[in-house]
Design a protein around this ligand. Structure first.
Ligand code: 3PG
Length: 215
């Protein structure tokens, strides 16, 4: 079923408001997916982004899709094929580093609400023109960090952002303090070494600290 850009943005806004942080996950072994999701949800982070950067990613989404309390999305959506595969695997939302007309068309046609990426005022304006009120600011730190995002919020205060890229425990709260930031995304709550080691209790602790962050 199709979803309009405006409706997609409303759904994405609700997902972004679930917690201050959306974990960005790179999963190499689909067997890790379910316990990882359970660990993050137990720590208070229900919205999860599985990046389509590993061969295991789609199986990971399938394994996580029915974990109670979770909202599992697919990240690193680049092509319409990515969108169809993510939707078929059970992703409830999508995230992309940037946006192209073909990608936006595919998400709207497939009914996959998208958090589309923008790094400049012109990119944000193009998405806004199409109806995307909720956007990812990427790559956040490399694009100027909090001063850049605060400056974009001057003329474009109606856009709510999820900044991602270079954000960690040390700087997340600075982003969350900005009025145009809804939540932040980042990989720091699920470090590869802890995932590979199956250190789920440690990951729950990282998630708990992240879910308690305030702007
Ligand atoms: C990404 O797409 O890799 C995200 O922006 C995560 O970035 P991070 O690893 O710097 O948190």
């Amino acid at each position: 079923m199709q979803v309009s850009a405006a409706e997609a943005s409303r759904i994405i806004l609700q997902i972004c408001m679930l917690a201050p942080v959306i974990p960005v996950l790179v999963i190499r072994d689909a067997a890790h997916a379910r316990p990882l999701a359970e660990a993050l949800i137990a720590g208070g982070l229900p919205a999860l982004e599985v990046t389509l950067r590993t061969p295991a990613a789609l199986d990971a989404i399938r394994a996580m899709a029915d974990v109670p309390g979770g909202h599992v999305g697919a990240g690193t959506l680049i092509t319409p094929n990515d969108v169809r595969a993510a939707k078929a695997a059970g992703a409830r939302f999508g995230v992309s580093p940037g946006a192209t007309p073909a990608l936006l068309d595919a998400c709207e046609a497939e009914g996959l609400p998208l958090l589309p990426g923008a790094a400049t005022a012109s990119e944000a304006m193009a998405l806004l023109e199409r109806g995307y009120m909720t956007q990812k600011f990427f790559p956040a730190e490399a694009s100027g960090g909090t001063p850049a995002l605060a400056a974009i919020g001057g003329p474009l205060p109606q856009i709510g952002f999820c900044p991602t890229g270079g954000i960690g425990a040390a700087n997340a709260a600075q982003y969350l303090r900005l009025p145009n930031v809804i939540c932040v995304g980042g990989s720091w709550v699920a470090p590869g070494a802890l995932v590979e080691a199956g250190s789920w209790a440690e990951i729950t602790e990282l998630a708990r600290a992240a879910s308690g962050l305030q702007g």
